[in-house]
Design a binder for this molecule. Structure first.
Ligand code: F6P
Length: 458
């Protein structure tokens, strides 16, 4: 079995003494794959992303079970930043400010050629490594062309692809140049089976294929809603470093105050700015909450090579400071914002959460919505965007919001903060049950089994 993704399960740093240090990544895919154990003989094909990664490739020092591809840095940058993150991510999350963007010009075509070369490098490496009849699980929007390219090279393989993002509806997908739209869909349809996080994203993909590619052909579609890893989270969140972070956070929050917690990578799709606007609206509409609540917002850096991400991060910081300057008092900081990634501190915030705010513009799943109820010490109320994939599973026990409506989100925050303890406990129980229905290992194995079944009939 082989897995292919842009970001792999491990990354390397070169130490001052010249030695290589490996750091294992987290995430559902890594824990899902580790659950099947090394005896499965799986190989993970990924990109070298850092200088340390490239050095590891040059020294032939990679970990067993991982093959990093040393794709030229400029080709990788064009494919990853120029296409995957700036075009495909924007299309699927519907993020364009359409009066001015997108513009598909000659520069776009140049980058697209890099995206093709980068996908080809993956397809060739997979074709070279795979044993006869092996199963290959390709991940995400970075690698949409790989299934088709790989099918041409190795018709014997069973090929699956999984999208961790939403899929754009046909009206939005139609923004792509016609030939590119067709190429993406045909690339995906080279797979025996395509997996999505929710029925909604699967249906959007099917609708795009009907409109632009003459239908799905023989390719099967499946839905696998990745769940939270409850055992891992519960154990990890009671380790000593998390307790330390809790003490520090309690200090920042102040005695006896309620908390509205959010933890995100600072993606444009996470809607952190409107979350802050909604919190400010709450303080305006319901002055009784002043001094009695703190918005704990962790916004960790992501994709800082892109100016639009850097600008967004700066806006989050500016607005948080603005709220603190306007409403804060000597003993009360209304927003506690942290931007330095710290997993133990994230878990500490989860444990302290009275309310979890998860209000993305659009999101494949959003695991934070599933993790906070599992980890929170006293149960939490969940304010959840109807545009998050997680809403399909958690919507009934969450307080649903339209992510663009900050007045209504402020109302939802008030409702969450005033929820009765009994209601909060009951809802948390049901949220936890839904959130943990499909743990990472099961999620992964289900896909593998389904691929074996689908390939037999392709
Ligand atoms: O969260 C959606 C997702 O596509 C993940 O599947 C993937 O790991 C990540 O985003 C990509 O992020 P990055 O650009 O940091 O690798």
């Amino acid at each position: 079995m082989l897995v292919a993704s842009n970001r792999g399960p491990v990354s390397y740093e070169v130490g001052e003494d010249g030695s290589l240090r490996a750091r294992r990544g987290g995430g559902g895919l890594v824990s899902g794959l580790s659950a099947i154990g090394p005896e499965a003989g799986a190989l993970w094909v990924c990109s070298a992303l850092s200088d340390g990664d490239r050095e590891a490739v040059r020294r032939g020092a990679g970990e067993d079970g991982v093959r990093m591809l040393d794709i030229p840095a400029d080709v990788h940058a064009d494919a990853y930043n120029g296409i995957a993150n700036s075009v495909l991510w924007f299309v699927h999350h519907m993020l364009y400010q359409t009066p001015l963007e997108p513009v598909f010009d000659a520069e776009f075509r140049r980058r697209w050629a890099s995206y093709e070369a980068y996908n080809r490098a993956f397809a060739e490496a997979l074709a070279e490594e795979a044993a006869r009849g092996a199963a290959v699980l390709v991940q995400d929007y970075h690698l949409t062309l790989v299934p088709g390219l790989l099918r041409d090279l190795r018709p014997d393989l069973r090929i699956g692809h999984f999208s961790h993002t939403p899929w754009a509806p046909p009206e939005y997908f139609a923004m792509l140049p016609d030939d590119i739209a067709r190429q993406v869909l045909r690339g995906m349809l080279g797979a025996d089976r395509l997996g999505f996080l929710t029925r909604r994203w699967a249906d959007a993909f099917t609708a795009c294929c009907e409109r632009f590619a003459g239908g799905l052909g023989d390719t099967r579609i499946g839905v696998h809603g990745l769940g939270a890893d409850a055992d891992f989270l519960r154990a990890r969140s009671h380790e000593a470093d998390v307790d330390e972070r809790m003490a520090a956070l309690r200090e920042e929050i102040g005695e006896g105050r309620r908390t509205v917690v959010r933890v995100d990578r600072t993606e444009l799709s996470k809607n952190i700015v409107r979350g802050l606007l909604a919190y400010r609206q709450l303080l305006d509409d319901r002055p009784e909450w002043r001094e009695r609540v703190v918005h704990v917002a962790f916004a960790y850096p992501s994709r800082q090579d892109l100016a639009v991400y850097r600008d967004y991060t700066a806006e989050v910081q500016r607005l948080a400071e603005d709220i603190n300057a306007r409403y804060g008092t000597p003993g009360w900081r209304p927003v506690v914002l942290h931007v330095k990634d710290d997993f133990a501190r994230s878990l500490a915030a989860y444990r302290l959460a009275d309310v979890a705010l998860v209000n993305p513009i659009r999101d494949g799943m959003n695991l934070v919505a599933k993790e906070v109820p599992v980890v929170s010490d006293a149960g939490c109320a969940l304010v959840l965007s109807r545009e998050a994939g997680a809403h399909e599973e958690l919507g009934e026990d969450a307080i649903t919001v339209n992510p663009y409506d900050v007045v209504d989100t402020a109302r939802a925050l008030h409702e969450a903060l005033t929820m009765s303890p009994a209601d909060r406990t009951d809802r948390t129980k049901r949220l936890v049950a839904s959130a943990t229905a499909l743990p990472p290992a099961r999620w992964f194995l289900d896909q593998l089994e389904a691929l074996r079944g689908a390939a037999a009939s392709h």
